[in-house]
Each structure stands twice: as structure tokens, then as C-alpha cells.
Design a protein around this ligand. Structure first.
Ligand SMILES: [Zn+2]
Length: 314
């Protein structure tokens, strides 16, 4: 294993020979404070942070993945260190939760990736930014793999804790979109407000029906047919108008071959993506009403096609 040292400095973490920017830079009070850098520009990584050719592909993947996680969630990460025995990376959250980058289990099935992921799995399917004409490949579901403990540590460990972190977002007030409850932490609610005002001001009249009315944000619940918490449990996702949406389970009932379906225009998708939201319409298991705040997957180093990463689903 290559050598690296760790630092517990509040603002930087040295890992695998590079410096990741994490930790509180100015202190975060009880009131809502948006992230100012979103996502953090690559320039924040110091000169030593270049992925150099002598690193193995696996090491490069680790570095890039952790960079994207640190840039998106750095205010909630205390340090990234190596496990004593295995020298594998461990992300230590501010609340003391320790989450391993890789759990050592190789060759997970698709169901295992969803049910027992590590952080590496969470980053393993890169998200394709922008307009796509082709349907997603089989089981290509970038963003559906989520380490639950990671999100609990950041946004609230249970229903009450999340509830305490909610603020109101006036959804498209010029079009009477109503009030949405969204998580104030890590800039999530602020990102939704930015989406709202951009749609409110700029969306073509004939497209308004897709985003107004909306169909829900906060709902502490398991995903239907699974033991996993929906990301709606953390108030990090918004469902837009059900009436114009497609969901893989509905389609599969009518046609077991699960043909791809979508009616949501890309004009809407692009506004959400610009502000850190991924779209469920880019999943093989499509959920076209669903937009979810996942800045780590939209970091320039980690979107599909970025250098040093796998480009397809595994
Ligand atoms: Zn949803």
C-alpha cells in the first residue's frame, strides 16, 4: 500500500499525498447557512493533489471519489484517515460516525450494492450530466446507491432530528407553487430555492404543468418493497407533478421488459442539475418525478466522462 499521512487540521486533510479541504472554515451556527462553494472548485486542491500516473487505477478512483465527497460534504467531515489494519480509508464524520470508503467485499450483486453499500459503491456509478437521448443501460442507476449512515450523520439520524432541520421553501411563488419543507443543512434548501426562482422566472409557460403542483419532499419512510430509507426521509428530494411522471414499478406492472419512459423536458432537468440535484429520469429504474440533492455526484471530477473514473455502471 502506498504511504500517506493524515492530518486532523480542521480545514485540510492530507490523504494519499493530496490535501482535501474539509471541516468548518467559519463555524456553522444554528441558523441556516448555505455552502458558499458548490461544488468546491478543483483549484482548492493543492499542487500535490494532481492524480499522478504512478497511482494505480484503484488508488486514483479512491482519491477522486474522496475529493468529490470532501468537496460536497466537507463541513460535516472531521477527518479522513486510514484503517489501522487494512490501510483502507475511513471517513470520520463530525458526530464521530466512522464510514469506510471500502468494506473489502468484492463482486457485490446489484441488490447488495443497494442494500449494503460502502462509500466507494455510492460513488461507483457516475452521473451523466445534461441532455441524453438514449435510455439508461441495465441497472445503470447513478445516485440510487446511498450509505444510509452517511446521510443520517449529515442531515438527521431519525425523523425528529430531520424535522428539526427543516425550513420552508416557497416553491415558485409567482405561480403559487405552495410551501415545501426541505433540509436546511449543507445548502440543500438554498439549492432548492435557487431552482425555484430560476424556474419561476424563466420556464416557458407550456412547461409549468410539469413542476407545479409538486408531489412531496419530506416523508420519513422506507422505499416500497425494501428495508432502505427513501431519501425523502432526509428532506433532500422533491417529486414534481405525478400526472406527467413515469415510475419504473408502474411501467413494469404493464410491461415486465421495463421499457424506458419519460415525459419530463430537459429544460427542467438542466435547472435542477445546475444547482446540485440529480434526476431519477436518468436511472434504469426510472423515477422521472424525482430530483435529489447529491452534490458529490455532480462535482466536475466525478460526473460521467470525467478523467480517472469508470464511465459505466458496474
Ligand atoms: Zn421522489
Amino acid at each position: 500500500m502506498i504511504g500517506y499521512h493524515t492530518s486532523t487540521n480542521a480545514s485540510t486533510i492530507a490523504f494519499l499525498g493530496l490535501t482535501l479541504i474539509v471541516g468548518c472554515t467559519g463555524g456553522r451556527g444554528p441558523i441556516e447557512e448555505p455552502r458558499t462553494e458548490h461544488p468546491a472548485p478543483i483549484e482548492q486542491i493543492d499542487e500535490g493533489g494532481e492524480v499522478t500516473p504512478q497511482k494505480t487505477p484503484r488508488e486514483q478512483e479512491t482519491i477522486v471519489g474522496l475529493q468529490c465527497i470532501a468537496a460536497a460534504y466537507g463541513d460535516f467531515i472531521r477527518e479522513i484517515r486510514n484503517e489501522h489494519e487494512s490501510a483502507r480509508a475511513v471517513v470520520v464524520m463530525n458526530d464521530g460516525t466512522e464510514i469506510r470508503w471500502e468494506d473489502g467485499v468484492e463482486g457485490k450483486t446489484f441488490e447488495q450494492l443497494l442494500n449494503e453499500p460502502d462509500l466507494r459503491d455510492q460513488m461507483s456509478m457516475s452521473y451523466p450530466l445534461g441532455r441524453r437521448s438514449e435510455a439508461p443501460g441495465i441497472n445503470d442507476d447513478p445516485g440510487r446507491i446511498r450509505v444510509e449512515r452517511f446521510f443520517k450523520s449529515i442531515y438527521g439520524a431519525d425523523k425528529q432530528a430531520v424535522n428539526d432541520n427543516l425550513v420552508t421553501v416557497n416553491w415558485m411563488p409567482k405561480h403559487s407553487g405552495g410551501k415545501l419543507r426541505f433540509n436546511k443543512l449543507n445548502g440543500a434548501a438554498q439549492a432548492l430555492r435557487a431552482v425555484s426562482s430560476q424556474l419561476d422566472d424563466g420556464l416557458a409557460k407550456d412547461l409549468l404543468k410539469y413542476v407545479n403542483p409538486t408531489a412531496g419532499t419530506f416523508n420519513w419512510r422506507k422505499i416500497a418493497g425494501t428495508a432502505r430509507l427513501s431519501v425523502h426521509s432526509f428532506a433532500l428530494a422533491v417529486d414534481i407533478n405525478l400526472e406527467h411522471s413515469d415510475y419504473w414499478r408502474w411501467t413494469k406492472k404493464k410491461d415486465p421488459s421495463l421499457p424506458y419512459r419519460n415525459k419530463i423536458p430537459f429544460e427542467i432537468v438542466e435547472v435542477f442539475e445546475e444547482h446540485g440535484f440529480i434526476w431519477g429520469g436518468k436511472w434504469y429504474h426510472f423515477d422521472t418525478m424525482h430530483f435529489e440533492y447529491r452534490p458529490e455526484l455532480l462535482h466536475p471530477l466525478c460526473v460521467r466522462g470525467a478523467s480517472g473514473l469508470k464511465t459505466e455502471a458496474n
